[in-house]
Ligand binder design. Sequence first.
Ligand code: MG
Length: 399
Amino acid sequence: MRRVSDRTTACSRRKRVIVLGSTGSIGRNALDVAAHLEDEIEIVGLAADRNWQALADQARCVRPRAVAIANRNFEAPLRSALQQPVASPIAIFSGDGALTRLVRELDADFVLAAVVGAAGLPSTLAAVELGRTIGLANKETLVVAGCIVTPLAARSGATLIPIDSEHSAVFQALHAGRQAEVEKIYLTASGGPFRTWNSDQIRQATLDDALKHPTWSMGPKITIDSATMMNKALEIIEARWLFDIPPDRIDVVIHPESIVHSMVQFHDGSVVAQMGPPDMRTPIQYALTYPHRRFGRTDRLDLPSIRRMHFEPPDPERFPALRLGHEVAAMNGTAGAALNAANEAAVEAFRSGQLRFHEIVPTVEEVLRRHCFEANPNLDQLMEVDAWARREVMQCCSV
Ligand code: MG
């Protein structure tokens, strides 16, 4: 009897984790970290958009309590691929709202939000409403709806722990001082594949060129965003909400080696940086085990072999997206929704050959300028702006 009860206690101490977007780059890394920390972490839910084969493979390995697939067409193949044992079947949610239902109906201590794009907003918002601890890899939640999510989290008691490598670095560095002592945040940027390309070369850039990130291995959307530096623009907006700091105190510095993941400057002049090899498992693990640090399986930094690290200012002429990031972070309201949706649609158009690489950011800027700005929007208004901005980009592409 005593041994059973001990075992129950040990199991109940494990952190129950839902991974939204489990088949993407962050999701797969998160499952790798969870397997490494299996004494502490129990995966109770997995969710994907359409990749049912990968979701079935993960579910057979991890045996969560439930899985969700957003595209209803893939429920049947997922169900048959899971080969359910009668004794402990895995619940399956599918269709619109499946990820949100998974979040609402599963008891969990931690929700890892790693769906790509604004599609991740409803399920992340559900976790915020429930007051969960959320590992936020989906930056769009704050870019689109920071003005709703941040006060909602304050009311519900939800905790947002950043997983984006730059924001994890800032979050860690902020532990060296107090909020009132922060002077500036430096977000580092690798500069992407076109850092050394001139404007004429950038005009000729192909999809293959844009998908070759020099230091990080990531999904295609964020890799293209890194090439335009729109990723850094979104990160300025994300930082403004996460750390409640005015955008004019958030600077971007190009750091091609991707060793320093970001820095905080305090008002005594000290700059505290977080460093490590470019491996997303580090910020994922930190979010999962915060405030503790567990043994990590990533490579260790070998500074003597790196020898040099470089820092340079970004070029606003070749990378105009950065200016948009600062502008939108200062505007708030519906501006983030317009910027993000226009960018998602423009990146899609580039991937399908309807837009050239150098047309992405001007198209996004044009849609941002034309959008009907609302300073204090509700969620419906944000969703309307999102849908409108996508339609506008489609129209730009068709003329
Ligand atoms: Mg990042």
